[in-house]
Design a protein around this ligand. Structure first.
Ligand SMILES: *[C@@H]1O[C@H](CO)[C@@H](O)[C@H](O)[C@H]1NC(C)=O
Ligand SMILES: *[C@@H]1O[C@H](CO)[C@@H](O)[C@H](O)[C@H]1NC(C)=O
Ligand SMILES: *[C@@H]1O[C@H](CO)[C@@H](O)[C@H](O)[C@H]1NC(C)=O
Ligand SMILES: *[C@@H]1O[C@H](CO)[C@@H](O)[C@H](O)[C@H]1NC(C)=O
Ligand SMILES: *[C@@H]1O[C@H](CO)[C@@H](O)[C@H](O)[C@H]1NC(C)=O
Length: 676
């Protein structure tokens, strides 16, 4: 059965399907065969340089005072984490950071290490531990200028534990860039071989040694390798790349690994997206070969440098990341291992329902009673689609994010965001909003552009604000003369080619919409268009078949790439020389690209250039979108022919390296027509 669930402060999870089992089929998340009493209270014990918490189901050992997760004991397995690794390399929080002024998306990796361990809560019901560190200047060891407080919570009867972190930058501390913030677990390589990140992407996985240079061949970038001589021959000839396992945040409620002997699942459950960055459609890494499983809280993935948190002089900042629930499950009798996946999905819904959790001790995490709700109805008025009346904006994404410009939410990365989707009537309700000031933002599949309600919304405890009817009027000057694609901020509707058989990954064949995740599609453009660039004729061509999903460069030699020019041809439109026409160019992604627009004469200077834009790297990362861009370009009627064929030339003119290019979302030519 398909379920749709409103994720509090989050989004609808529509891609996950729920399974209901009869009571005797109930997978027991409690440890089977364990002699301990499952209803036991939570124990805490301090040893030499570590601390152990247990509840009879799970036992967690943390280094003291660093707060590294050294061991997780469950279901008779002494440690689910990889004991071959050093004790600070099994379960940890880390950041990648760089000095102020650095424009990149990389820096140095630092595991967040506590210097104090405090017991925040210790009852039979719950233990909450804090591993914290102040920041001080040190010549010997340069540390990220953040105050760190990592928390771990174990509840009575719970088959797993919660972890969250409070990070703080004080005004007097150095400026710096925070590129990535993560929670990572490295699981036992002898046990965890099966990975699940979504209903359609779950499989036996190659092992970490299969990626070694003896067993694999590096492809276009280090993350992607061809498995030439894997330990298990079934993986021979497959590509391995962690970016094939990314999910959009809205679909990333649960992911993890399964051990087949004994049957144990290890899952990251994300109960809310309020603490993530970039909005509901930002793609993010999940689990990958290792076996590694992680949650990224902030990252440059599919956004580039714009997504890096830059802390300037005097900037005071504080944010709660998480909690994430690390959920462990098992089944008594040997049954289908996918029951563990189904159970983990069920548990994800359980956690979502409990949001915001009422058992966190930190004052920085707001309880339900400190939060507010915003409701309203979004309508859309585009007189050339909806007529003179507005219609409900169905399935629109509506979110509260810090005050900013139209569309600013997709680059916002320091505060909290709260998103949902409208129902059939355009109605939305966003509960559990942390106090503070926001704008309401939205975008509507089927319509271009971004909505922002200019009113500043002030959320105070328990407030319930009904915004009534909000009307989005997308950019529009006149009737559509022609259009290519569907405006929904992805290139998924265009022609996504079959992969080169050398790089085919069979697991991506299970589900048609995953086609774009295959490796090497960027080189398929030139292979499929060897003699000339893409020509698309309005009225004849079909964008599903004939419009390549990414406007890439043409490889001409080693390190050499030719500029490519796509042509859109159209005729018989009776253009009026005294009128102006408008070209809507919506991009789903851009990476160091410069799209030049010329009309009917390739030799002339461009009528319009985007300039060099983007750094989302979605082409190389098997994405179908990165950040959204909309360009509105005026074309004087004098440039167009009323009789004969017109051509709009789109040139990707920046040809320095392999992965430069754009993905179009949607292109439309409009007449400009004044309202009568
Ligand atoms: C808690 O500690 C007590 C005393 O050491 C022990 O008897 C009990 O089994 C422990 N319970 C759990 C759940 O570890
Ligand atoms: C960072 O980017 C800005 C704007 O593109 C540029 O002016 C500046 O020189 C760059 N700084 C570095 C260190 O590359
Ligand atoms: C375009 O091509 C697709 C795929 O071949 C097909 O399903 C669709 O019906 C075509 N559309 C039109 C308008 O011909
Ligand atoms: C980019 O194109 C120009 C003009 O065709 C060419 O001279 C140059 O070598 C190309 N650059 C690369 C890196 O291929
Ligand atoms: C062309 O546009 C001008 C200016 O809007 C208008 O006056 C004229 O009637 C139009 N011509 C035709 C043939 O529609």
């Amino acid at each position: 059965m398909k379920s749709t669930l409103m994720h509090p402060g989050f989004l609808v999870l529509t891609t996950l399907s729920f399974c209901i089992f009869s009571p005797d089929e109930l997978w027991l998340t409690r440890a089977q065969g364990s002699s301990m009493d499952v209803a036991a209270g939570v124990n805490l014990s301090f040893q030499d340089n570590y601390v152990v918490i247990s509840n009879g189901i799970v036992q967690i050992t943390l280094s003291n005072p660093q707060g590294y997760v050294m061991a997780i004991q469950y279901n008779g397995i002494n440690n689910l984490l990889d004991v071959i690794n050093e004790r600070n390399d099994r379960g940890y929080w880390d950041v990648v950071w760089s000095d102020w002024g650095d424009n990149g998306t990389t820096g140095s990796m630092e595991r967040l290490e506590g210097t104090h361990c405090d017991v925040i809560v210790q009852t039979e019901e719950q233990v909450e531990l804090s591993f914290s560190r102040m920041w001080t200047y040190s010549i010997k060891r340069k540390l990220v200028p953040l105050k760190i407080d990592k928390r771990f919570i174990l509840l009575r009867g719970s088959s797993g534990f919660y972890t969250y972190a409070i990070l703080e930058h004080l005004a007097e501390w150095p400026s710096f860039n925070l590129d990535y913030t993560r929670l990572v677990f490295k699981l036992r390589r002898d046990k965890f071989h099966y990975m699940a990140v979504s209903d359609h992407r779950k499989r036996d996985m190659p092992s970490a040694v299969d990626r070694s240079s003896e067993r694999s061949k590096r492809l276009d970038y280090p993350e992607a390798v061809l498995l030439v001589n894997p330990i298990e021959q079934q993986f021979k000839g497959e590509v391995d790349d962690k970016y094939q396992y990314t999910c959009e945040l809205k679909d990333l409620g649960v992911h993890g690994w399964i051990s087949k002997d004994p049957l144990v699942g290890f899952w990251h459950i994300t109960p809310s997206n309020e603490f993530k960055v970039g909005g509901p459609t930002k793609p993010e890494l999940t689990s990958h070969v290792g076996p590694t499983t992680q949650t990224l809280f902030s990252s440059a993935h599919y956004g580039g440098n714009d997504m890096v948190l830059k802390f300037g002089k005097g900037e005071l900042w504080n944010k709660v990341f998480g909690p994430i629930f690390i959920y462990l499950n098992t089944i008594s009798k040997t049954k289908d291992l996918l029951m563990l996946w189904d159970d983990a999905k069920n548990q994800m819904f359980v956690e979502v329902k409990k949001w915001p959790y009422d058992f966190l001790a930190s004052k920085d995490f707001q309880s339900a009673s400190q939060r507010g709700t915003v409701t309203g109805t979004l309508l859309v008025l585009d007189r050339f689609i909806t007529g003179s009346h507005s219609i409900p904006a169905k399935g629109a994404y509506v979110g509260l994010a810090p005050p900013g410009d139209v569309g600013s939410w997709q680059r916002e990365n320091k505060k909290y965001q709260f998103w949902t989707k409208t129902n059939e009537n355009g109605y939305f309700s966003i509960p559990n909003i942390i106090d503070g000031e926001y704008n309401l933002y939205a975008w509507v599949p089927g319509f271009i552009g971004d909505f922002r309600n200019s009113k500043i919304i002030d959320i105070t405890p328990r407030v319930n604000i009904n915004l009534g009817d909000l009307i989005y009027e997308p950019p529009r000057e006149g009737p559509t003369l022609w259009e290519i694609g569907f405006p929904d901020r992805t290139a998924a509707e265009f022609s996504v080619p079959d992969p080169d058989p050398k790089y085919l990954n069979k697991f991506l064949l299970n589900y048609g919409p995953d086609r774009y995740r295959q490796y090497g599609l960027w080189d398929r453009y030139a292979e499929l268009n060897p003699l000339h660039d893409l020509v698309y004729t309005i009225g004849k061509s079909n964008y599903t078949r004939d419009f390549f999903f990414a406007h890439v460069l043409r490889k001409t030699g080693i390190g050499a790439y030719a500029v490519t020019t796509w042509t859109i041809r159209f005729s018989n439109y009776n253009f009026n020389k005294s009128e102006t026409y408008v070209l809507r160019l919506a991009l789903a992604s851009a990476h160091k690209a410069n799209i030049q627009v010329r009309i009917n004469d390739l030799q002339k200077l461009p009528l319009f250039s985007t300039g060099i834009i983007g750094g989302d790297n979605a082409i190389a990362r098997h994405g179908i979108h990165g950040l959204y861009w909309l360009f509105n370009i005026e074309i004087p009627g004098t440039e167009l022919y009323s009789d004969g064929m017109n051509s709009i030339y789109l040139t990707q003119a920046n040809n320095g390296s392999h992965f430069q290019g754009v993905m179009y979302d949607y292109i439309r030519l409009e007449a400009r027509q004044t309202r009568h």
